[in-house]
Design a protein around this ligand. Structure first.
Ligand SMILES: *[C@@H]1O[C@H](CO)[C@@H](O)[C@H](O)[C@H]1NC(C)=O
Ligand SMILES: *[C@@H]1O[C@H](CO)[C@@H](O)[C@H](O)[C@H]1NC(C)=O
Ligand SMILES: *[C@@H]1O[C@H](CO)[C@@H](O)[C@H](O)[C@H]1NC(C)=O
Length: 234
């Protein structure tokens, strides 16, 4: 082994050590969406080797090229934040903003400074505006018993009042067909048919007549008057 090669290996080992002595990341790596007026909590994870010490943590928000310091947390002092809506928890690794405003969207950066070496590590997280609340649906599950081994998978078909359902905005099936997501009640007799090498079986989900006229999603939650009948033939 040449001396040059040895020193090269040694140097890269030292570099690797330096990189690993302190690391900063976000617990959830995906961008967050938040609606105006709601709270935002950003949770970061900091790992530091024994013997190293954390000198300082800072939180910043970047909009375009402009960076704004939101919070500074120093080991020996109390955390300072930019305004009363902002607070930190868990030694500064968690940033909380209450009542999110338009100006709060952007890229958040947490930077940690190692007290011994002075090296800094940071992690970024985008926070974007949520324009509309998420969609909700009530799910009917076609649960096909798997008590016996079979070579194929059941194909599930859904009927509404005898007519096969296709994907629409008011109802759609999961990829395997087993779940029917409903956002509106459009009829009263929901049928699932399972067809496989074991045979064909059906289950019906019947709604009371009065339920159908008031077809709102909210109404679903109060709907208990349902009858489930299972017909099986092989
Ligand atoms: C519901 O629909 C299925 C499939 O069309 C049919 O076989 C069944 O008789 C219907 N049940 C009622 C109570 O209408
Ligand atoms: C219906 O849509 C869902 C999600 O968009 C998709 O996963 C599923 O395969 C679709 N089903 C059919 C029968 O096209
Ligand atoms: C069930 O599957 C068999 C074989 O693929 C087919 O011949 C039959 O028509 C299917 N039945 C229904 C109700 O889909």
């Amino acid at each position: 082994m040449s001396l040059q090669w040895m020193s090269c290996v040694l140097l890269s080992l030292m570099c690797a050590h330096e990189l690993q002595s302190l690391s900063v990341s976000f617990t959830n790596p995906w961008p967050f969406h938040v609606a105006v007026g709601r709270d935002l909590v950003l949770e970061s994870s900091i790992e530091i080797l024994p013997g190293e010490e954390l000198l300082m943590l800072t939180w910043e928000r970047n909009v375009g090229t402009e960076a704004r310091r939101l919070a500074t947390i120093e080991a020996t002092r109390q955390a300072t934040t930019q305004d009363s809506r902002i607070s930190t928890e868990n030694n500064g690794t968690i940033l909380r903003i209450s009542g999110v405003q338009e100006s709060d969207f952007g890229r958040y950066t947490i930077t940690a400074t190692d007290g011994n070496t002075g090296t800094q590590q940071s992690a970024h997280k985008y926070v974007r505006k949520s324009d509309r609340p998420p969609e909700t649906s009530v799910v009917l599950l076609c649960d096909v018993s798997a008590a016996r081994a079979q070579w194929d998978r059941p194909v599930v078909t859904w009927l509404l009042d005898g007519v096969q359902l296709t994907n629409q905005t008011s109802h759609y099936t999961s990829e395997d067909g087993a779940k029917l997501h409903l956002q509106e009640v459009k009829g009263r007799n929901y049928t699932c048919i399972s067809n496989s090498s074991l045979g064909t079986s059906e289950a019906h989900f019947l709604l009371a007549d009065s339920s159908v006229s008031r077809n709102t999603c909210a109404h679903w939650s109060s709907m208990i008057a349902a009858v489930l009948a299972v017909l099986c033939w092989r």
